[in-house]
Design a protein around this ligand. Structure first.
Ligand code: GLY
Length: 324
């Protein structure tokens, strides 16, 4: 029986008999141990860090946090953490969320001056009764928990912003492999436990105060430890309107492979979002047994896959081709 069919029938059985069957299947297939999947080519470096964390005994939650921290800390990464692309008023405002294998989640949005929003999101998850903090409240919470206030605007990001203002370029920058907008990571440890993270400075030249999909649980990220995990990158409004990542996970629950689930949601966005042709939206997904894939609207989306000691960049399949 091919793996998809087997997962399907066992998932159905699992819903009748409890979750034991799905878990047993995960163990049966768990040959290569951990799997780490993250968006764009920057994911390669993030995966290396994430894997180090797992290998040194960290949890899968530590792995997805520390992996993306590496990119948040890089002032040249472009649209994440320090050096993230400013909004139309020249402010760097960050969105992030994190989710663990116990269905716990934390999120921050419109956070300024703190370069690791995903770690603040983890604190929200672990230290409060809430899921999401925004703006000044999120900043004060971060400062209270020992995060350092920093200037996130770099010479490079300021120069890019000034150029766009001077050119009166009110078009949103194209989101693609040279200009990614988000790092999202989903991972599975050797025991089959899942976690995910997502962090971004959001769409460049966004309105001041705009929040995208990345900190919205179910849109930018979703994890269900019995089924799988997914995260999104690209035009956040289209992802939010379609509850993108939660839908990808839900489709996997109903037997779709990661590729089928990602493709179906990208197609749904194309069917429903009026102006889908010029935008980019991409999803990556990982199921309970460690199968992975991605799918995007435009060509050019890449993701990084780490498993069995190998870390590679994969070109995503897409709905549209560049010359179409
Ligand atoms: N996907 C990131 C954003 O739209 O802000």
């Amino acid at each position: 029986m091919n793996s998809r069919r087997r997962f399907l029938s066992l998932s159905a059985l699992g819903s009748l008999t409890g979750l034991g069957t799905v878990k047993a299947f995960a163990q049966e297939k768990s040959v290569n141990g951990s799997v780490i999947l993250s968006t764009w080519n920057i994911g390669i470096r993030a995966n290396v860090r994430a894997n180090e964390v797992l290998e040194s005994g960290g949890s899968v939650l530590d792995c997805v946090e520390k992996g993306v921290n590496l990119i948040e800390n890089d002032p040249n990464a472009g649209t994440v953490g320090i050096g993230g692309f400013p909004d139309e008023e020249g402010h760097v405002t960050l969105d992030a969320c994190i989710m663990d294998s116990a269905q716990r989640c934390g999120s921050v949005a419109f956070l300024q001056h703190i370069k690791n929003p995903v770690s603040v999101a983890r604190k929200v998850m672990e230290e409060t009764k809430h899921v999401m903090l925004v703006g000044e409240g999120a900043l004060n919470f971060a400062l209270k928990h020992g995060f350092k206030k920093e200037i996130l605007l770099t010479e490079r990001s300021l120069a890019g912003w000034k150029k766009r203002i001077a050119e009166r370029d009110d078009q949103l920058p194209e989101i693609n492999v040279e200009n990614h907008d988000t790092i999202g990571m989903v991972a599975r440890d050797a025991n089959g436990n899942l976690a995910g993270s997502c962090t971004t400075s959001g769409a460049g030249m966004k309105l001041h105060g705009r929040v995208g999909d990345s900190p919205i649980i179910g849109a930018g990220l979703y994890v269900d430890n019995d089924v799988g995990a997914a995260c999104a990158t690209g035009w956040g409004e289209a992802v939010i309107e379609n509850a993108g990542s939660a839908m990808v996970v839900e489709l996997m629950r109903h037997g779709r492979s990661p590729q089928e689930a990602c493709e179906e949601i990208v197609q749904r966005i194309a069917n429903k979002f009026q102006e889908w042709k010029p935008i980019q939206v991409g999803f990556i997904a990982l199921n309970k047994v460690g199968e992975t894939d991605g799918f995007a609207i435009q060509e050019g989306f890449t993701y990084a896959h780490h498993s069995g000691g190998q870390n590679q960049s994969i070109k995503s399949k897409s709905l549209l081709k560049r010359d179409a």
